[in-house]
Ligand binder design. Structure first.
Ligand SMILES: O=C[C@H](O)COP(=O)(O)O
Length: 259
């Protein structure tokens, strides 16, 4: 049965007091998740240890970083290495978010290296893919996403690919309030699953968790999560509001297993 996840990407938000308050509110919430469902919290690096310790007694919560560097250590001032993350109990790392691709010029090749070092360090990458608006307008989104997967993921062995979570995040839906429709999300998720089936085999395609990201809110989560190939969400803005995020998690809790 493949894993279903709601992941909160806090991006570059929150002072220590704000993060403590949000963590307390989430910690106090009662979730009724099924055994194959998880919550992943991805705070800025400086709060990883704090969050890890805060949620040690809540097994449904897992901690993820928002990025890692391509090398395991070295003279790279300001960067954070994947082995450092695993050494403090971080389980997941977001790789290839469109903001990293756009503002920090991360290439397919760099992302492939980050995937490799994350896997070698025992982290589970949440690999982001998704097309910008002009590509969607040309109806060229499938080829665009296919290239992202081919260039940064499809060199992996089957065993390695099984450690990956894919997040489909159409760039035009991120932070805009305009989410992909359930049908658009389902179509792309099915397309990605089909690509994996063709490159590897149907068994692994069925096992890979594919999240949707882009303006997920409490009001649209249930409809998006109801899609058979949508295994949860990668949530940005709405993950910073405890009540909203809790309701999104509750929308996943009632989702039936698809596999
Ligand atoms: O990583 C999360 C995505 O960028 C979605 O952000 P958003 O929910 O604010 O649109």
């Amino acid at each position: 049965m493949r894993k279903q996840i709601v992941a909160g990407n806090w991006k570059m938000h929150g002072t220590l007091d704000e993060v403590r308050l949000l963590a307390d509110q989430l910690h106090a919430a009662a979730f009724h998740l099924q055994h194959h469902q998880e919550i992943v919290i991805c705070p800025p690096f400086v709060y990883l240890m704090l969050l890890r310790e805060r949620f040690l007694d809540r097994k449904e919560f897992h901690i993820g970083a928002q990025n890692c560097y391509t090398e395991p250590s070295g003279a790279f001032t300001g960067e954070i290495a994947a082995p450092m993350l695993s050494s403090i109990g971080v389980e997941y790392v977001i790789i290839g978010h469109s903001e990293r691709r756009q503002y920090f010029h991360e290439t397919h090749d760099m992302l492939a290296k980050k995937i490799n070092i994350a896997l070698q360090s025992g982290l589970k990458p949440i690999f982001c893919c998704g097309e910008p608006l002009d590509i969607r307008r040309q109806q060229a989104q499938n080829a665009y996403v296919e290239k992202q997967l081919q260039e940064s993921l499809f060199h992996l062995s089957e065993e390695q690919l099984r450690q990956i979570v894919i997040a489909y995040e159409p760039v035009w839906a991120i932070g805009t309030g305009v989410n992909a429709t359930a049908q658009q999300a389902q179509d792309m998720h099915a397309f990605i699953r089909n690509l994996i089936a063709n490159r590897y085999h149907a068994g692994i395609a069925d096992d890979i968790t594919i999240l949707y990201g882009g303006s997920v809110k409490a009001s649209n989560a249930a409809e998006l999560f109801a899609c058979p190939d949508v295994d949860g969400g990668l949530v940005g803005g709405a993950s910073l509001k405890a009540e909203e995020f809790i309701r999104i998690v509750e929308s996943l809790a009632v989702k039936q297993s698809n596999h």
